[in-house]
Ligand binder design. Sequence first.
Ligand code: NAD
Ligand code: WQD
Length: 348
Amino acid sequence: MKLLLTGGAGYIGSHTALLLLQRGYDVIIYDSFVNSSYKVINAIKSYLDADGIDYKLKTIKGDIRDKSSLDKIFKDSIKEGNAIHAVIHFAGLKSVSESVKYPLNYWDVNVCGTKNLLEIMKENECYSMVFSSSATIYGLTNSVPISEDQKISPINPYGKTKVAIENMLCDLFKSNMNKWKICSLRYFNPVGAHPSGLIGEDPIGIPSNLFPYITQVAIRRINLLKVFGDNWDTEDGSGVRDYIHIMDLSEGHIDAIGFLMSKESIYEVINLGSGKGYSVFQMIREFELSTGCEIPFLIEARRDGDVANNFADISKAENLLGWSPKRSLKQICIDGWNWQRNNPQGYT
Ligand code: NAD
Ligand code: WQD
């Protein structure tokens, strides 16, 4: 089966691409490389080559806003007699703070880019998509665990673009309920790395998320961690989140593709998380215990837009996809540290 992975060179896309190739899928990665490195492609290939796996991977540099470039990919595949069956749509911009500064760019890339892609898919009769949505769309809710029917209330432009895309996908499905098969996966906090240490998360500049910040403190690229508040209404006062191992998350995409292929037509929104909440202090402690690295930290004021407690109800993913997360917080820390230690400067 042939899949197009937009944004397939990024953090989540690269881990999913590697798994798909290992399992015999034919993969095209389409990425502008605006937030990723070509080195990730070489890392994927070298892992598969070392494993003696026969794989079919094509990488194309391009922007999802470029319709003619997208159209050529679909048409070329049809001409080769090996049409694209489905798209996993990872491509997009994902920084909350950047989206506040440059909202038009976020609406353009995320929403207009997705509209372009859907138009080209329709023209080429490819009707299946797994979309990267985000738990950020639940906004400032404090009612946990968060299930898919909880109120959608995004508080930043990034989250609003994800809601707009989900609405567009739902409208499209309703316009032709015999054809479209669409699944929006609402990720919670993806963290960690491939166990080989060959691919992992490589944020540009100073990380804004907790886990890559911790690994960069551990490798001493950053002096200390700032903990945003120790007076939240949680057990130890620090913020609680749902950290999911990147390999568990990647497996969720393969199950989502299998789920779509088993249906005549469908539209579903599904949470992907670990279903468990861990606090910042628990994360620091687990990282120190699992890796032996000390993580010096300082308590700072709360960060704007944060909530106390946020973790997923994952029963829908378990029931519909037959998926469940298998890896522990300890495994997250071991694999994330292995990647950072082997690649102190990331891909650069
Ligand atoms: P990432 O930035 O590592 O990957 C996104 C990829 O898309 C990058 O390789 C980037 O170069 C590419 N891209 C960006 N704009 C593009 C464009 N116009 N055309 C083609 N390619 C383009 O991010 P990620 O963490 O792998 O996230 C993947 C998806 O999952 C994103 O849509 C993101 O919003 C969503 N998501 C991520 C998280 C998270 O915490 N990482 C959580 C929830 C949802
Ligand atoms: C986790 C906890 C912080 C950094 C973000 C996006 C969301 C989604 C996932 C894309 C919180 C605390 C953090 C630090 C800290 N991405 N923290 N010091 O905020 O749950 O979600 O990433 O869709 O849209 O908003 O994740 O990793 O930033 O924060 O104390 O330096 O760690 O306050 O409690 P968050 P995070």
